[in-house]
Design a protein around this ligand. Structure first.
Ligand code: NAD
Length: 375
């Protein structure tokens, strides 16, 4: 397979050390069509396959390949094991005023996350606020997708998510045995004439998917992002892939550890989702998500020019002179939107990741002609 050299590449603010690299470059539309075809072949409706492709390709373009097409082989594994249902069967467990609890029923998570967020936007439009708890969806991907969805509708969205498997990934602050997942959070705030404020991160020092990307690419991660089996800090992704003997560490020490526990508890306890301590299903990965969506329009009489004030504040913060080694102060979301603008109509994968992404299509029965070729 021909490889094209691209310049030194950093995945957003990731903890992976990336050097100049050989990347396979594809047309974005070709990857999107491939992803749609793959999920349709696996049993999803054209609508649901398209939502999934939008999500995964946007994650790649935003500099988060850990939650882009690189997840497809794991989803195909889950389909083959019967641990991911080719359906979109959100069912209501509770509806009361601004409260809604939806059961994701181990169906495709990107669609469940999208539809739960749509439901939250509708409720917030009516009540000014929505509290929607999606429980037991299959892996819902990049949580910032939902924060962007809320911001695109002019709403503020806050999301807390747990990761339920029988194999925890993260050691608590002060511990070496793994006790919970990378429990992400995301917050989106619409902006005036600019892409939204978008804060979206795992509460671990590194997302497990980024450890996978580093492992597949033969790279190290930042020292201390991982612990080996004896609890010693390391930069070697082999302690996580292929056999998980080591652990990921929390970001921000005791503070990130505390936020991870908040994500676990808020996303699961009221709506009846599992916490990781209760995980029973060895075969699958579940995300539960608590979404709070606020409609700023309901504050119109008192909020005044709140959007202009957001811009004033962000401008004020970004006007701080750069520290040593920094070119400028960025706002949360800037790295993702810049990465997308730079990627344009192309998307690239390291050869190791692409091999398994292409193989996933063959495994669901796509013909070789349906698998995109690099430019
Ligand atoms: P990360 O460490 O790259 O942090 C990303 C966040 O930090 C973004 O909001 C970004 O805009 C901001 N940021 C980055 N550099 C910045 C800078 N210089 N100045 C200001 N802001 C900056 O992200 P991560 O922790 O590796 O998470 C990656 C993705 O993984 C996220 O999209 C997350 O939702 C997803 N995730 C999903 C799951 C799941 O189970 N579904 C679990 C963990 C993580």
């Amino acid at each position: 397979m021909p490889a094209r050299r691209v310049t030194s590449h950093t995945i957003a603010n990731s903890e992976i050390i990336f050097m100049a690299d050989d990347k396979l470059v594809f047309r974005r539309d070709a990857i999107h069509a491939y992803c749609r075809a793959l999920f349709e072949k696996a049993g999803w409706s054209p609508r649901d396959a398209a939502i999934t492709a939008d999500h995964l390709v946007a994650a790649d373009l935003s500099g988060h390949p850990s939650h882009g097409m690189g997840m497809v082989p794991a989803y195909v594994d889950a389909i083959e094991r019967g641990a991911l249902k080719p359906s979109n069967t959100l069912s209501e467990k509770l509806r009361a005023g601004a409260l809604l609890v939806l059961n994701g029923d181990t169906a495709l998570g990107q669609v469940a996350g999208h539809d739960a967020t749509e439901a939250a936007l509708k409720i917030a439009g009516e009540h000014g606020i929505a509290l929607v708890n999606l429980i037991q969806a299959h892996h819902i991907g990049r949580i910032g997708t939902y924060a962007e969805q809320a911001a695109a509708a002019g709403m503020i969205g806050l999301f807390w998510v747990n990761v339920v498997t029988t194999r925890p990934a993260v050691a608590p602050f002060g511990g070496r045995e793994k006790r919970y997942g990378t429990n992400p959070q995301a917050i989106g705030i619409p902006r005036l004439g600019a892409q939204p404020f978008l804060l979206d991160f795992a509460t671990s020092r590194i997302a497990v998917g980024k450890t996978r990307v580093a492992w597949l690419a033969g790279r190290k991660v930042t020292f201390g992002a991982l612990l080996d089996r004896d609890g010693r800090p390391t930069d070697d992704p082999n302690v996580i892939f292929p056999d998980s003997t080591g652990a990921v560490t929390p970001f921000g020490e005791h503070k990130g550890y505390g936020l991870a526990m908040v994500s676990e508890l808020l996303s699961s306890i009221l709506g009846g989702g599992e916490t990781i301590a209760e995980s029973r299903d060895k075969e699958t990965i579940h995300n539960s998500m608590l979404a709070i969506v606020i409609d700023p329009a309901k504050f119109a009489d008192i909020a005044g020019d709140w959007r202009a004030r957001v811009e004033r504040f962000i401008g004020w913060v970004k006007s701080s002179a750069p520290s040593e080694g920094s070119k400028e102060v960025l706002a949360p979301g800037d790295p993702e939107f810049r990465a997308r603008a730079e990627a344009g109509d192309k998307v690239s994968y390291d050869p190791g990741s692409w091999t398994v992404i292409a193989d996933a299509g063959r495994r669901v029965g796509l013909a070789d002609a349906q698998i995109p070729k690099p430019l």
